[in-house]
Every structure is written in structure tokens, then in C-alpha cells.
Design a protein around this ligand. Structure first.
Ligand code: SF4
Length: 684
């Protein structure tokens, strides 16, 4: 068995061509590994250097919007990478990154997944996987150390991610898609460990386009022993620093260690950040829809408005009931748990399920648990859908895990349909109801389910119906396949109603559960992230106030934080471990693993190069479609023009005004060293 080629890096990638049905080992130059730092940085370099996208990809037409659809072409690469922290004892590093052209946005996407997949892949001897082409029939990729093979798997067609994991039990870590990815739903996510998703950007659809149902990875003890760490003692010392920091936080009663992100509704609603009723508010108070600015420009309704809570509003949701605290009240025996070993934070919680009135015995496994949803899900599948209890969010969360869908974009898509239905803006032929595909809650199979806010049974029923639909077939679900932004475009073209004004996104990526109208500088972070509206690509050290004031002074800190996060996402450390992992400790761990004497500042400089590389890749794409980068960077209309109706940020939009928005964006371009059109030097 071949050992690692370099200290800290296996130095090899498994190159899979699904069209040719071939697998080969490709080696990586040491310089790429060190400059890319592994994970995101290295995967981006490999994506750009080995990009297999053929010119014919630009001829593909999106089945829903009729626009470009490069991501769907078989030649689009799909990468799964690990970083230097995987396979080590660094805490909270059970992660891997998926990089591709996003099926949802058609631009660069990097998205992270927990569980043990990243550990196993690196221990098996791989920096990552590069997958191109598309198989004729459904296949799975089976990796055991440095051996790999493609296996036809017609028996897994239509299987949920959970059924897939059960069927492939014994083959190591399983990373699979459900019917969402198989059907090409543009916000599908591959899932591992039953509930850990590579959530954003629809990379599950990329698996589906390639007819790749699952990847399994196992690593033998012999393979693990081949890892080369430059200075194990120095690494142990760095890990010790992190453990001590985490121990201090736990003993100090840091609520994150008891509730994970699930207390988010309390903080986010109080600060006007929590998406409510399709981003029409951010404080948990559903406004009367007729009061919003978008209604002013509207034509008369096409179909009869659906009587719902938001038409009659304002209606206040209960942030406490939506939070994890309420969930724990209802599940007093729930245990805090970690799923990305080794993780001293263990941010999840689960309870034993009750079957036929009897609580199951023994330690619950991931296939049979009662999970506490995290904040993004509580907001996007909760308040944004007019739901007010964390218990009501669980079924929708569960459906996303099994079908393999992103909870953020699922919440964005379903809430948009609810708003348009309540406004009477859906095409008349679609009606304002859909048929329940199975019995749930008050519905029997075949019952009509009305599109409206505040119905806990709607998300699981609608998502199941969505995954059974055909994209672009002229039906409501056929349009919803493309996600919220594509759906709005279709409705607008069919009815003339300004449905696109009801979306919240940047570059086509649905806004996460943090409304930028409630925080100064947040909009610029969304606008400048290469993936679009992600809340995980930047952060400010201190509260920044409201966007009534300019964010111009925040631009240097924004760039600094983006670069720091690229380092974290390249080493691959969970974002939640940041507070307990000082920059110096991360640099020491890097040196201990790789032998490269880089300082934190050196690593951040390398991160800046990665940022520009991904940006240049996006800009080249837009230019080939005749589109301007600066226009692509703008947020959608609602976030720029529709003020928040209530809460501490009442009256705020994302910037002070249009001039402030333009000034902030140009300052950002200038400080990044880009030209006035937002083009980095690297591609000049
Ligand atoms: S903090 Fe949570 S998500 Fe992050 S590594 Fe630990 S268990 Fe996983």
C-alpha cells in the first residue's frame, strides 16, 4: 500500500470519469497542497486547473427558466475534498467539503458536511475525489483504502438517504442522495450519517445529474498508519490548547454547549434577523401582506387569494416555542450529542423515539432518532413558513434529511409559494392547493392541501410531491424544482405579477436565516461571497449596528474575516469551534501537521489567492453569458427596497441608500485589488 506522498497530505486524488466508467489516481504537486492548504483552497485550485467543462455546456437550457444551465452538463466537475485536520485529533474537524458549479446558481459552490466522511476519506489515503462525466445508469462509488470501484445500483433507485445507508451498511461512511437529488431538484443535498447535509447550492442534484447515488468510504488500520504528521508532539500540544478552551467555555455555561444553535430564534427575532413569512418581516411578527411595498406595483390577483394568517395579520409568533429550549421542555430525556467526532462541543441533541407508545431502549442510532433542529432550520422551515413551535419543524426537517434537500432553500421555496398563493398571484391553472401524497396530520392521502402559512403538515407533504414531479413540465411542482428564484421567474412570466420581488437571494442562492436588513455590513458579506447569500463566509467581531449607517468602514474587516474563514474551511474546522480555536493555535497545528512554517498571516494571504481564483472563475462564466459581475453581486429586490415592517430595524433596508450600496461595493473591489467591474487580476 502506498504511503502519503508528503507530510500532512496524501498528495493524491481519485479521478472518476463516469462517462468512460474509469477510475485513476492522480497526484498533486506539493506546492498546490501548501498554497491551497487542503480542503476548500486546494479543491478550488484543482477545480480551476482540471476543469473539464466543455463549451457545449453553454448550450444547455434550464428546463424551468430557459436560462443557462451549465451545471447540468455531464462535463461539470464535482469534487469532495478533505483538509489537513481530517484524520487527526483536532477537535470539531469531522468535516469534508463539496465543490462544484452549483445546480441552483450555476456559479461556484463550496459546501461542508459533518459526520466522519472527511476523516475516513483522508485516512484511506485521499486528499479528495474529482468526479466528471455522467453514468448511463445509477451507480455508487465504493472506496476501501486506495482501492475503488463503480458498482451499478438499480436497487437503490428512489431510496431515501436513510434506506441507502442501511442498504450499504458495512461499507464505511456513506454519502448519498435521496429522491431529491435523483430527480434533479436544484436544492438537493447529499447526506451522511442520516442527518448531516452538504446543504447549500444543490450539489445533491449534481450527484443526480451524474447518476451517482452514493459514495462509501472505509479505511483500514494499515491505511491509517500511513498518515505522515510532521511533528505529532507539537500537534498534540496545539490540540491541548483547543481542548482547554472548549473545557473553559463548557464550564462557564456557554449556552451553545447545551443548545447548539437552537436558541437562535430568541436572539434573531429580538434583533430583526429571523426570516418570517417569506422574508416579509424579521422579528417573528407576520405582517399583513397587503402592507408590503411589493403589493403597490401588483396587478389584480390572478386567482382568488387564499385566506391565511398573514392576510389578517399582524400575528406574533412565539420565539421561545420556536427555540430549542421549548424542544428540550418537550424532550426532557434528550441528550446532547456530537456527530463529527472528535468534537468536545457536541452541538446536537436527540431523544429516543417512542414506538407504539413504548420508548425504544438502548442508545439511539441515527436511523431512528428524534432530532432537535438547528437554528437555520427552525427559522427557514419554521418562522418563514409561519410555524411557531420547534416541535412542528421536526417533520419538515426529517423530510429534508430523508429526501436529501437543503432545509434553507426548501423553506425559501415553500414560503414563496405560500406568499404568492395568499396574494392570489399563482397562475389560475395551478390552483391554490395540491394533493397530499400520503396521510399526515389532518390530511388523508389524496386530500387537498392549501398553500398557506402556518400548516405544519405542509412541508413534508409538499417536499415529497416535489421530488415526484418532473422539472419544467408546466406544473407548479415542475417549476418549484428550480428553487424559489426560478419559480418566481416562471410565475412572473405567466401572470405578470412581480413575483421575483418576493424572493430573497444573492446570485440565486436563497438567503439563510439572517436578514441583512437588521445588521449593518451583512448585505455586503452576502454580495461578495463567491457562492452568493451564505452566512458562513464572513463575520464581524463586534455588533455593527443597523444599516441606517454606511458599512464603508467595515470593508477591511469583512475582507479579513473572509480570508480567515477560507483558512478554516481549507484546514476544515467546524465554524462553531472558531471561538475555542485561536488563530495562533490553528497555525501551530498546520505547521505540526505539514512542516510548513507559515504564520497565520501567511495562511490568510494564501486564502486571498483562493478567493480571487473562485471569483475569476465566476466572472469568466458571467462574461461568456454576456453578464456583468457587478450586477450579479446585487441582492434581490426585497432586501434592497422593501423596509422591514416592525422590530428594532423597522424601516431599514440592506444599505442606507443606493449610493451607499455602490460605494461599499466599489470600496470592496478596490481593497481586493480588483478592477472597477469586479474582475480580479488573476484572470486579467
Ligand atoms: S460543533 Fe456540532 S457541527 Fe461542529 S463539529 Fe461539533 S458536533 Fe459537528
Amino acid at each position: 500500500m502506498d504511503g502519503w506522498r508528503f507530510e500532512g497530505f496524501p498528495g493524491r486524488v481519485l479521478y472518476v470519469d463516469l462517462s468512460a466508467n474509469t477510475l485513476e489516481t492522480r497526484t498533486l504537486p506539493l506546492a498546490w497542497c501548501l498554497e491551497g492548504m487542503g480542503g476548500k483552497g486546494l479543491a478550488t485550485r484543482v477545480l480551476v486547473e482540471w476543469d473539464t467543462t466543455e463549451p457545449a455546456a453553454y448550450d444547455l437550457v434550464h428546463p424551468v427558466t430557459g436560462g443557462s444551465d451549465v451545471a447540468r452538463h455531464p462535463s461539470t466537475p464535482l469534487l469532495v475534498f478533505t483538509g489537513p485536520f481530517q484524520g487527526t485529533k483536532v477537535g470539531s474537524a469531522g468535516r469534508a467539503v463539496v465543490v462544484s458549479r452549483s445546480p441552483l446558481t450555476d456559479v461556484y459552490i463550496d459546501t461542508y458536511v459533518g459526520g466522519n466522511l472527511g476523516h475516513r476519506l483522508r485516512e484511506a489515503g485521499w486528499d479528495g475525489l474529482f468526479v466528471t462525466g455522467a453514468s448511463d445508469a445509477l451507480v455508487r462509488l465504493e472506496i476501501a483504502d486506495l482501492e475503488a470501484r463503480l458498482v451499478p445500483c438499480p436497487e437503490l433507485k428512489g431510496a431515501t438517504t436513510w434506506a441507502c445507508e442501511q442498504a450499504l451498511d458495512g461499507l464505511g461512511e456513506c454519502f448519498s442522495i435521496g429522491s431529491g437529488g435523483e430527480a434533479g431538484v436544484r436544492f438537493a443535498s447529499p447526506i451522511t450519517a442520516g442527518r448531516r447535509a452538504a446543504g447549500r447550492g444543490g450539489t445533491g442534484a449534481q450527484f443526480g445529474f451524474k447518476r451517482l447515488k452514493a459514495i462509501t468510504v472505509s479505511a483500514s488500520t494499515e491505511a491509517r498508519d500511513l498518515a505522515r504528521i510532521h511533528d505529532p508532539e507539537a500537534l498534540a500540544a496545539a490540540v491541548n490548547v483547543q481542548r482547554k478552551e472548549m473545557g473553559l467555555k463548557r464550564r462557564a455555561g456557554d449556552p451553545f454547549y447545551a443548545f447548539g444553535t437552537s436558541r437562535g430564534p430568541l436572539y434573531a427575532s429580538a434583533n430583526d434577523r429571523m426570516p418570517t413569512a417569506n422574508y416579509t418581516a424579521a422579528d417573528g411578527v407576520v405582517p399583513p401582506l397587503a402592507s408590503s411595498a411589493v403589493a403597490v406595483a401588483a396587478a389584480p390577483p390572478t386567482s382568488a387569494p387564499v385566506p391565511g394568517m398573514s392576510v389578517e395579520g399582524p400575528v406574533a409568533l412565539d420565539a421561545h416555542r420556536l427555540s430549542g429550549e421549548h424542544w428540550h421542555d418537550a424532550h426532557p430525556d434528550a441528550k446532547q450529542s456530537g456527530c463529527c467526532a472528535p468534537c468536545p462541543i457536541a452541538c446536537e441533541a436527540a431523544d429516543r423515539p417512542t414506538v407504539d407508545g413504548v420508548r425504544t431502549r438502548g442508545r439511539p442510532v441515527h436511523l431512528n432518532r428524534v432530532e432537535r433542529p438547528e437554528y437555520e432550520t427552525l427559522a427557514m422551515m419554521g418562522s418563514n413558513l409561519g410555524l411557531t413551535s420547534s416541535l412542528d419543524v421536526m417533520d419538515g426537517n426529517d423530510a429534508c434529511n430523508r429526501l436529501g434537500l437543503d432545509t434553507i432553500s426548501s423553506g425559501a421555496a415553500l414560503s414563496l409559494v405560500c406568499e404568492l398563493a395568499e396574494r392570489g398571484w399563482l397562475p389560475e391553472a395551478w390552483g391554490t392547493t395540491f394533493v397530499a401524497p400520503f396521510a399526515l396530520g389532518p390530511y388523508a392521502e389524496g386530500d387537498a392541501v392549501t398553500w398557506r402559512f402556518g400548516d405544519a403538515a405542509l412541508p413534508p407533504l409538499a417536499l415529497a410531491a416535489l421530488c415526484a414531479a418532473t422539472p419544467g413540465d408546466g406544473s407548479l411542482f415542475g417549476a418549484l424544482h428550480g428553487g424559489a428564484v426560478a419559480f418566481a421567474e416562471v410565475v412572473e412570466s405567466l401572470t405578470g405579477h412581480p413575483a421575483t420581488r418576493c424572493t430573497a437571494h444573492c446570485k440565486g442562492l436563497d438567503l439563510p436565516a439572517w436578514d441583512p436588513r437588521g445588521k449593518r455590513g451583512n448585505a455586503l458579506a452576502y454580495m461578495t461571497a463567491n457562492v452568493g447569500a451564505s452566512h458562513m463566509r464572513a463575520g464581524y467581531k463586534a455588533p455593527t449596528g443597523l444599516p441606517r449607517d454606511s458599512a464603508l468602514d467595515l470593508v477591511p474587516e469583512l475582507i479579513e474575516s473572509q480570508n480567515a474563514i477560507v483558512v478554516r474551511d481549507s484546514l476544515i474546522l467546524c465554524a462553531f469551534a472558531k471561538g475555542a480555536s485561536p488563530d495562533a493555535m490553528l497555525a501551530e497545528a498546520w505547521t505540526a501537521i505539514t512542516g510548513d512554517e507559515a504564520t497565520w498571516s501567511d495562511l490568510c494571504q494564501r486564502a486571498g489567492v483562493q478567493w480571487d481564483l473562485a471569483r475569476a472563475w465566476n466572472v469568466a462564466h458571467w462574461r461568456s453569458l454576456g453578464r456583468e459581475a457587478a450586477a450579479e453581486d446585487l441582492l434581490s429586490w426585497r432586501l434592497r427596497k422593501e423596509p422591514l415592517p416592525s422590530g428594532v430595524a423597522e424601516g431599514c433596508v440592506s444599505f442606507r441608500d443606493d449610493d451607499d450600496e455602490a460605494a461599499c461595493l466599489s470600496a470592496y473591489y478596490r481593497l481586493r485589488g480588483w478592477d472597477a467591474a469586479g474582475q480580479p487580476e488573476v484572470n486579467a
